[in-house]
Design a binder for this molecule. Structure first.
Ligand code: SF4
Ligand code: SF4
Length: 133
């Protein structure tokens, strides 16, 4: 099977964001998605809500389905969406970011920080208004 990218979105932000810009950046292979091949698959999930503990159960489910499809974790790359791991328009980074990272380490999935990167927000990072990744 081809590689599978799983973007983890902030559950709170999900209430106002459809994830369109992340999906669009993926299919255009922009920014953090630029290196993936054309047959790479895309999936968007949320962390499950504060404090992020639900993420463990969600990735147990992913692991279960991978096994049933004859795939393995090496085919998966997890991206924490920019709304989880960066200082941005919505708010500062998730206060549970390290906890979320620890869960992914325990579940055995590699994590890349960032997904869709807004040009406007990048400008504000450069001027110091927002902290960098
Ligand atoms: S744990 Fe972090 S990423 Fe998840 S809903 Fe709460 S603030 Fe958002
Ligand atoms: S990074 Fe932006 S587009 Fe992607 S899920 Fe978060 S708020 Fe939505």
């Amino acid at each position: 099977m081809s590689k599978l990218i799983i973007v983890v979105q902030c559950h709170l932000v999900m209430n106002r964001c459809s994830g369109y810009n992340c999906m669009n950046a993926f299919y255009k292979r922009e920014g953090t998605f630029s290196a993936y091949g054309s047959d790479t698959r895309y999936m968007l999930i949320t962390c499950g809500g504060c404090c992020g503990a639900q993420l463990a159960a969600k990735f147990e489910d992913v692991t279960h389905h991978l096994r049933r499809s004859g795939e393995n974790k090496d085919d998966v790359v997890v991206h924490f969406a920019s709304c989880v791991c960066s200082d941005n328009y919505h708010r500062p980074p998730c206060p549970h970011l390290q906890y979320l990272k620890d869960i992914m380490v325990r579940k055995g999935y590699p994590v890349v920080l960032g997904s869709y990167i807004s040009k406007k927000t990048s400008g504000k990072r450069q001027t110091g208004e927002y902290e960098s990744f």
